[in-house]
Design a protein around this ligand. Structure first.
Ligand SMILES: C[S@@+](CC[C@H](N)C(=O)[O-])C[C@H]1O[C@@H](n2cnc3c(N)ncnc32)[C@H](O)[C@@H]1O
Length: 262
């Protein structure tokens, strides 16, 4: 089963001892709490396309350990709500947010997007490396669209299939492939557009992600705790992912969309 880790805080305490200031805790966590290729630098790339102002409310779908939500809140001053189906991740995300002094601006809800109040209208939304677990992609993106205000910016950072090459498991989003639903870049973009979004940008970030992994693996300039130490079989999952990107079997796409009016 994927995302089966429990008692994450005990492990995090061993990797990032408590007692540091809120700002240095945020910095110490940055390689541990981003569950996607590109880490905090990928979030910076999404921030550039989200055009946020401090009064905005932002929805993060599949928020994981909360690194992206905290980074968006810290960088923009916005209120961010993360939603995730893995209860242990929501608990860890909530605790880490408290340690970073961001609880007044970032909150996490355990559940599926379909469970989130449909009448809440966020000013912007984003999702990173989640749709690989979603089979009915168009319906899922439509649930997200329903929770965004007309004209709201929606940013995605996603993995797609680029060839029919057999993948080596485990991958970061699936231990054995049984809960993996990869789509091609065109099919993924079509699913988003068909769910009530207008196109703004659809960028191939594969080369950038490959070079990010190369730097991450050499450990320079950032030795220290990282996500591979926290999740089950983490190093194999990261190596398989980086290998499939380098072999051309998978690609990374950054997208920006606008919620259609009406
Ligand atoms: C690879 S992690 C990415 C986490 C986070 N977006 C990040 O980039 O750090 C995928 C996350 O999606 C969550 N997830 C998977 N299916 C989901 C669904 N249907 N609704 C909400 N979250 C889901 C998992 O629990 C996990 O936290």
């Amino acid at each position: 089963m994927t995302y089966a880790e429990r008692d994450l805080i005990a492990t995090i305490d061993r990797l990032v001892p408590q007692g540091a200031s809120e700002r240095s805790t945020l910095e110490a966590l940055q390689y541990l709490d981003h569950y996607h290729a590109g880490g905090s630098q990928a979030v910076e790339r999404l921030l550039d396309t989200m055009v946020l102002s401090p009064s905005d409310t932002v929805l993060d779908v599949g928020s994981g350990l909360g690194g992206p939500a905290r980074q968006v809140a810290a960088a923009s001053g916005c209120q961010v709500t993360g939603v995730d189906i893995t209860e242990a991740y929501v608990q860890a995300a909530t605790e880490l947010t408290d340690r970073c002094g961001l609880s007044d601006r970032v909150r996490f809800v355990h559940g599926d997007i379909a469970d989130l109040m449909p009448d809440q209208s966020f000013d912007a939304g984003f999702t990173m490396h989640v749709q690989m677990n979603i089979e009915a992609k168009r319906e899922w993106y439509a649930e997200i669209a329903r929770r965004l205000a007309p004209g709201a910016r929606f940013a995605v950072w996603e993995v797609c299939r680029t060839s029919g090459t057999e993948l080596s498991w485990p991958m970061p989003w699936s231990m054995d492939g049984s809960d993996s639903h990869l789509a091609t870049s065109d099919a993924l973009r079509d699913a988003i557009l068909g769910a009530g979004f207008e196109p703004v940008e659809w960028v191939d970030e594969t080369a950038w992600a490959i070079s990010w992994f190369d730097t991450a693996f050499t450990g320079h300039p950032r030795p220290g705790p990282n996500l591979a130490m926290l999740i089950e079989d983490g190093f194999t999952r990261m190596l398989n992912f980086a290998g499939a990107l380098a072999d051309g079997a998978l690609g990374v796409r950054r997208g920006a969309f606008g919620r259609s009016a009406g």
